[in-house]
Design a protein around this ligand. Structure first.
Ligand SMILES: [Zn+2]
Length: 316
């Protein structure tokens, strides 16, 4: 049996993925004009070749311009889940930012996503949602997002995610709403350590005490010490972190190295599988296996899956 077949056959937890970058290419193609598709394909090629971190975000509005109705969104959410199921992803922690489509409310957007997920739900497939905010989000947007997260908790939403360009905006603007979410028991995941230029790492860690660190590649020494001391799980996206140059391909992901040293909890994720070369979670584990061996990759996969089962139970 090849490593790919063996790794594919094991139930997996996809800890870090964004709906906008996970929509299967076939769904995008179905609705894109030839001009839109050409721009998207060019964008994908540029990103796979390697793109500076801040410049890689241009691709997401291109996809949003195609998946621009609630019906398409619901279909995209369903198709994304089906694709993950085919790769034996059994537990998925998805992220999406609320948008206004067709002049409808943010709640209508959320309902379309959750309906797509529900259509794909089965006994052995569970997808849970984090609603995304940005460091540039307004306080009003944060309030509306946290309100909806609380309203739809127990119906698929488990928390809030901070993503998008980590060097722009001021996290303090939305901090009161993040603290309200935290206080109400929602989970908090934060993209950080994406750039050495971030200045808010300790503010976020000390004020918000996140439940998950997304990427964490370029954390300052103090932040690394905090994450280690709190044993906060880190989501590791091997392909994307190299593609957007968070670290060089020749140097190991720091949290894989830390896991091997100390057993620090890590979970793998695809980040934006369609955008980063139409990869799947098995490809990410195979990349890990090529460095650390199939046995170690399998062990990390199984440990992460068991921890995710408990975590998801605690979220509900
Ligand atoms: Zn991400």
């Amino acid at each position: 049996m090849t490593a790919t077949v063996a790794l594919k056959g094991i139930p997996k937890y996809n800890s870090h993925c964004h709906l906008g970058g996970e929509v299967p290419l076939a769904t995008v193609k179905k609705y894109a004009s030839p001009e839109q598709m050409e721009a998207i394909q060019k964008g994908f090629a540029a990103i796979v070749e390697g793109h500076d971190y801040e410049k890689a975000f241009f691709i997401f509005p291109l996809i949003s311009q195609v998946i621009n109705t609630l019906e398409r969104l619901k279909e995209a959410a369903f198709a994304t889940c089906e694709r993950m199921k085919a790769d034996n992803n059994r537990i998925v922690l998805m992220r999406t930012g609320l948008k206004l489509l067709e002049g409808k409310s943010y709640e209508e957007y959320l309902k379309a996503v959750l309906e797509g997920f529900e259509d794909a739900a089965s006994e052995d497939f569970c997808v849970r949602l984090l609603l995304s905010l940005k460091r540039t989000s307004t306080l009003d947007m944060a309030k509306e997002t946290v309100d909806l997260a609380l309203q739809y908790r127990g119906r698929g939403v488990v928390g809030i995610d901070i993503s998008d360009v980590s060097t722009k905006g001021d996290i303090n603007t939305i901090m009161p709403e993040l603290l309200r979410a935290k206080g109400a028991g929602l989970k908090i995941a934060v993209h950080m350590g994406e750039s050495v230029l971030e200045t808010d790492q300790m503010t976020i860690l000390e004020k918000l005490e996140p439940d998950l660190i997304d990427h964490g590649v370029n954390l300052c020494d103090e932040a690394v010490a905090w994450v280690k001391a709190h044993k906060t799980p880190v989501t590791v996206c091997l392909t994307s972190s190299i593609a957007v140059k968070m670290h060089e391909a020749s140097s190991p992901h720091p949290w894989i190295a830390e896991h091997l040293r100390s057993g620090h909890p890590i979970d793998l994720g695809t980040d934006d599988s369609t955008v980063f070369g139409d990869i799947c979670l098995t490809d990410e584990f195979e990349r890990l296996a090529s460095d650390q061996g199939v046995d170690k990759a399998t062990e990390i996969m199984k440990t992460s899956f068991e921890r995710a089962k408990k975590w998801m139970q605690a979220c509900l």
